[in-house]
Design a protein around this ligand. Structure first.
Ligand SMILES: Nc1ncnc2c1ncn2[C@@H]1O[C@H](COP(=O)(O)OP(=O)(O)OP(=O)(O)O)[C@@H](O)[C@H]1O
Ligand SMILES: [Mg+2]
Length: 249
């Protein structure tokens, strides 16, 4: 197994307040990691610091062996655009553009693929994720689940190595959560590494590994193994629930 992301002695402070204390983590290519913990424990801060959205105060973050905590701002934005995808609780698509235009935009910005390739790629992803029927809709005229699936398509347009999500199902009802997470599991099964923050045990039960953060440190981790849509969900759910109880969650 090849390591795609390695975090070494990561610390993050805001002024006098230390939020992350010596985080060490190795993520293999193709893994699906869920980060859990109480509100304010530092989950989002950790995600932002390991994905180059913010800079650690101390420590290193290696993406495929390259120390991204040391590269300059231009290189870092190029790494984020070309090799990473991001999905948040509120997807912030651009209001005056259609679903399709929102999805292709980061493709054109990247320059990694030709216009033709980007359009073809967008078409294929929208089909796979089930939003091709609303491709030309204004973003105000689709459901929350469709909007979040559009955000996934946008995050995938440059065929990233890693997908990061922060509470990506936080504003969805349970059926939309299932739709979105089925897609995330499919993308992961096809080889994309996934790292998400969630407070939802049902969402985390789909990860191959769950990490629990307490006061800015990794307290424990639970290995669940690869999720297979057909298997008995309740076994994973039970195992995770018991473990979370042990963590005091
Ligand atoms: N930009 C910032 N400046 C100052 N303090 C910050 C900043 N970002 C986060 N913090 C502080 O760091 C701590 C951890 O915040 P973080 O957002 O990482 O928590 P979280 O685990 O994601 O919580 P939640 O589950 O509520 O989203 C909090 O005490 C927060 O106030
Ligand atoms: Mg958060």
């Amino acid at each position: 197994m090849k390591t795609i992301l390695e975090v070494k002695n990561l610390c993050k402070s805001f002024g006098e307040t230390q939020v992350l204390n010596n985080i060490n983590l190795k993520v293999n290519e193709g893994e699906f990691v869920a980060i859990m913990g109480q509100s304010g424990s530092g989950k989002s801060t950790m995600l932002y610091n390991i994905s180059g959205m913010d800079r650690p105060t101390f420590g290193n973050v290696f993406l495929s062996g390259e120390d991204i905590s040391k590269v300059d701002e231009d290189q870092l934005s190029s790494i984020r655009l070309n090799r990473m995808g991001f999905i948040f609780q509120h997807s912030y698509l651009l209001k005056n553009l259609s679903i399709r235009d929102n999805i292709v935009l980061p493709g054109f910005k990247s320059g990694k693929y030709s216009r033709e390739e980007i359009n073809k790629n967008a078409e294929a992803i929208m089909k796979k994720i089930g939003i091709i029927s609303v491709a030309n809709h204004d973003i105000k005229k689709v459901s929350g689940g469709q909007l979040q699936r559009a955000a996934i398509c946008r995050a995938l347009i440059n065929q990233p190595d890693i997908l990061f999500g922060d509470e990506l199902t936080g504003s969805l009802n349970s059926s939309a959560t299932k739709e979105v997470m089925d897609n995330i599991n499919n993308i992961n099964r096809e080889g994309t590494t996934v790292i998400i923050v969630t407070h939802d045990a049902k969402v985390a039960a789909r990860a191959s590994r769950v990490i629990f953060i307490v006061d800015g440190s990794i307290n424990d981790e639970l290995v669940l193994g690869k999720y297979n849509g057909n298997e008995d969900h309740s076994f994973r759910d039970r195992k995770l629930t018991q473990w979370l109880e042990k963590q005091g969650f």
